[in-house]
Unconditional design. Structure first.
Length: 287
């Protein structure tokens, strides 16, 4: 059985991708990591991450391209803001038997692949407080609750699409095709008001097809928060803590990564973890 990590990236997010991989490899030198190209402009990020951290390109890029084309055929042109974000859904058909998907605007503070042990009990897990802080916002419209598309218990399992895990084959290609078609006929189910793309559709897929799922923050003992918009985390030795408990990861979802922004110096530390520190103006010019 092969376990590992998937990311989606192109050359535009090179700095973020390096930062994420620097943090992952700090704790885990061996875990397989695959890059799913966001579009055709990925050679620089692929070569850089391969050289630095032995990241491999998803072995069937043709399948990814075909999947993207299929998305364009299934969904009306004005349905999805950034259709290529849907490429992360190919993780269920890739080389890894068990996997964690991680957005590139994240850094981790532990050997993150060890969390895959939870898949001995469930077929999917996430680790965030979206259900508590955001409710259905950026996922489903009130219509879904009003029309009982999902039960109240199911709706408690909504999640942010930046960090989650599952296993190969839990969703089949036919189930994926059928569900995407269902989604394309019911735009009224979803909340795209703030420009999200994949998150509503991914939530629909998981709630519909994966009964054995959990959110790690809802287990006894729980987990810390993870959103970079939360300013109360304490830093020690370039690791964040929430009331003395170490964060699993930090996610800048919807929060700009920039000088003066949330946890900028921490991001900068991991970005240049293996490089000589550059003068600030030179670093800014590079970006």
């Amino acid at each position: 059985m092969t376990r590992g990590i998937y990311i989606v990236a192109n050359d535009r997010v090179l700095d973020n991708a390096i930062t994420l991989l620097n943090s992952i490899r700090l704790y885990d030198k061996e875990v397989p990591i695959f890059l799913i190209p966001f579009n055709d402009d990925y050679q620089n990020v692929a070569n850089t991450l391969s050289g630095l951290h032995n990241v491999q390109v998803f072995p069937n890029v043709e399948f990814v391209d075909t999947f993207t084309k299929r998305i364009g055929e299934i969904f009306p042109r004005d349905f999805l803001a950034l259709p290529n974000k849907m490429r992360k859904l190919v993780v269920w058909f890739g080389p890894l038997d068990e996997f964690i998907y991680i957005d590139t605007d994240i850094i981790v503070f532990e050997k993150i692949a060890d969390n895959l042990d939870k898949l001995s009990e469930v077929d999917f897990f996430c680790c965030d407080y979206h259900h508590k802080s955001e409710g259905l916002r950026n996922i489903f419209s009130p219509f879904v609750r009003e029309q009982h598309i999902f039960s109240e218990e199911q709706l408690q399992d909504v999640f942010n699409s930046g960090f989650w895990a599952s296993r190969k084959g839990v969703i089949t290609e036919q189930q994926m095709e059928d569900s995407l078609r269902e989604c394309s006929m019911h735009k009224e189910y979803f909340d795209f008001s703030q420009g999200v793309t994949d998150q509503p559709i991914l939530n629909y897929l998981v709630l519909k097809h994966i009964a054995k799922r959990c959110n790690l923050v809802r287990l006894p003992g729980g987990e810390t928060g993870s959103w970079a918009g939360s300013r109360h985390f304490q830093e020690k030795d370039y690791v964040l803590y929430d009331q003395g408990k170490k964060l699993k990861y930090l996610h800048w979802a919807g929060t700009p990564i920039k000088p003066g922004g949330s946890y900028w110096k921490l991001w900068e530390h991991y970005r240049y973890l293996h490089e000589e520190r550059l003068p600030l103006l030179q670093r800014l010019f590079r970006r």
